[in-house]
Ligand binder design. Structure first.
Ligand code: CUA
Length: 398
């Protein structure tokens, strides 16, 4: 009975559409082959390009510390389980497609199957078992990474701004020795000692600003802090504090970036971690505890005056947003500048320029919006003389 229906159905299908001529068929086959070739070429190119960067600096598969190592140790086995599933499922699909394809001269619809209890139970239980297997190391890893930090961990608060990163060292022995003793702060580059656990508290910036000024919705964005070689990715959410642990086994520079779309310059919200040897770390901390040294160079002195006083013609002033330790500049709306020219402060404005790049610094002061569109740094219509003096001042802050 079923056969009869199938045969009738086959006849109807064949009768419904006039069979294409062999020439038309050949043409269609040609088009399909050409498209397949293009697709294969595109996939090949993609693989080739993907392999182009053997020394990529943001590589989770080349961890440089124990916490990043843990993530890799979890990734590798889960990856191979996924490969196994892919090969079995895709292999099965391809095998069945070829084995049971339509062949010339076979003009009836094959016997139709409906339901197979044994198969269905099998493909329900197998994925459940695989997922349960993957779950064991995953949950162990989550617990491991959520552990309390050791007593001697370095504590740093990370703040995400539009569009740069700020760091505050909150340990008692990391306070400045001038003024009332405030936590050491840096921008763009997080400096850490090698071989020591760093406990990061990630807070969304501007919580207070938002409370005071409901219009300041600019600050209500989520960032994501990510240094692939040292730790996992963690969101930075307004009104919340998240934590991650990080450690670098060796001195060196580790690059990262914001990993959550946070507005116009999200793609240029980069960050660096500079890990120092014990000796360099001690020297760095000592220097950070002291105020920046302003040289006696007259141009730098002139720049300092420009920086600390309101600019002429009501153009505003630099200290509305910036801090320079042990001066009247204490606002924390913009990046900390106390040790702007310290060698560890390698980059500025979201780490998109090297600090030593004088030309970039000049264009940044000349018209911030022109070189980083949407930036919160105001354009104060600085004259070239003013820019020269301010650059000299900034470069004197060691
Ligand atoms: Cu901050 Cu994307």
């Amino acid at each position: 009975m079923r056969r009869q229906v199938a045969r009738d159905l086959g006849d109807t299908v064949r009768a419904g559409s006039p069979s294409p001529s062999s020439e038309e068929l050949r043409e269609t086959e040609g088009t399909v082959r050409k498209r397949l070739l293009w697709a294969a070429a595109a996939i090949g190119l993609l693989l080739l390009l993907g392999a182009c960067s053997p020394d990529a600096s943001q590589d989770t598969l080349q961890p440089k510390g124990p916490y990043a190592e843990k993530l890799k140790d979890l990734f590798i086995p889960v990856f191979w389980v996924a490969v196994f599933v892919f090969v079995v499922v895709e292999g099965g699909i391809i095998w069945i497609t070829i084995r049971y394809r339509h062949r010339k001269g076979r003009d009836r619809i094959p016997a139709q199957t409906h339901g197979n209890t044994r198969l269905e139970i099998g493909w329900t239980i197998a994925p459940a078992l695989i997922l349960a297997g993957v779950m064991v190391p995953t949950i162990a890893g989550i617990w491991d990474l959520a552990r309390k930090p050791p007593e001697d961990a370095l504590k740093v608060t990370v703040e995400g701004f539009q569009w740069w990163w700020g760091f505050e060292y909150t340990d008692e022995d990391m306070q400045t020795e001038y003024g009332d003793g405030k936590p050491i702060r840096t921008a763009d580059v997080l400096v850490i000692p090698e071989d020591r656990v760093v406990y990061l508290s990630l807070v969304g910036a501007g919580g207070d600003i938002v409370k005071d000024d409901p219009a300041a919705t600019d600050y209500m964005v989520i960032h994501s802090f990510w240094i692939p070689e040292l730790a996992g990715k963690q969101d930075v959410v307004p009104g919340r504090t998240n934590h991650i642990l990080m450690q670098a086994d060796d001195p060196g520079m580790y690059e990262g970036q914001c990993a959550e779309f946070c507005g116009l310059q999200h793609g240029r919200m980069l960050v660096r971690v500079r890990a120092l040897s014990a000796e360099d770390w001690d020297a760095w901390v000592t220097n950070q505890k002291a105020p920046g040294v302003t040289s006696s160079d007259p141009l730098a002195r002139q720049g300092m005056d420009l920086f600390l006083e309101p600019l002429s013609e009501g153009r505003g002033s630099c200290i509305e947003c910036h801090t320079v330790g042990d001066t009247d500049a204490t606002s924390q709306a913009g990046p900390e500048l106390t040790h702007f020219a310290d060698p560890t402060h390698e980059c500025f404005a979201g780490c998109i320029w090297e600090t030593t790049d004088r030309e970039a610094l000049e264009s940044w002061l000349r018209d911030p919006d022109a070189v980083k569109m949407g930036s919160k740094m105001p354009d104060y219509d600085l004259t070239e003389e003013e820019i020269d003096a301010l650059v000299a001042y900034l470069y004197s802050l060691k």
